[in-house]
Design a protein around this ligand. Sequence first.
Ligand SMILES: Nc1ncnc2c1ncn2[C@@H]1O[C@H](COP(=O)(O)OP(=O)(O)O)[C@@H](O)[C@H]1O
Ligand SMILES: [Mg+2]
Length: 260
Amino acid sequence: MSDVVLKVDGLGKAFARNGKRVAAVSDASFSVGAGETLGIVGPSGSGKSTLSRLVLRLIEPDAGSVRFDGGDLLTLRGAALRSVRQRIQMVFQDPLAAFNPRAEVAEVISDPLRIHRLVARVDRPAAVAHLLDRVGLPGVLAERAIHEISGGQRQRVAIARALASQPKLIVLDEAVSALDVSVRAHILRLLVDLQAETGVSYMFVSHDIAVVKAIAHRVAIMDQGRIVETGPTGQVIAAPQSPTGKALVAAVPRLLQAQD
Ligand SMILES: Nc1ncnc2c1ncn2[C@@H]1O[C@H](COP(=O)(O)OP(=O)(O)O)[C@@H](O)[C@H]1O
Ligand SMILES: [Mg+2]
């Protein structure tokens, strides 16, 4: 494989529940190459979001290591951590929850440009217009409030914001799960096109293996906090080895016949 952007080894996280420690992620190891999409698939509660948050360092692990771009993510502090925060971006399921609903689209997209001092104030409107264009949105949307635009448009805005700081890796957690089927297909196509243009890597998390099939080069299947199977997407879908993989594929029988 080409350059490794993200390398996760033995990652673990437990949460307290009813006085007991319950493992949400156990001994997770995987890597993501430059320009590659790794799909993380598993049933609800299998630990996908916890794994995403660990990689984004929104929560701290109990065990294991995360290497990003050759550096140890878990020991970074101060300026080094801020620099990594610029190069790993995230897109979540519900942009209405992630952004202030009353904020203007232009503000949401230009925030990272301002925070990371990437673009001078006078040049930000042009940068926003360019980012809107790249995600297939009309420039007039810049002045609309987040709550005024559609769910599909909001997710395009979230992608534009993620792209603004020219990340090496974008973690997408159920990013298309709330969208209608046709809108979802457009967003998946956009993500594939943007990856071809920029070489960005994706860690693409979904409970739906049919969605992952459309975008991921490789998949890791999770169950009860563990990665139970990893492999090239086509191979895993054609011949899943783990009981969880078999169940996920069996739930969408048309997947096996689809040739696309
Ligand atoms: N902040 C938290 N506090 C306590 N338990 C949590 C927390 N976050 C997740 N969990 C638990 O960890 C497990 C994995 O959850 P999650 O990572 O959200 O799974 P998924 O995204 O695959 O649905 C679940 O049992 C969930 O209840
Ligand atoms: Mg989740």
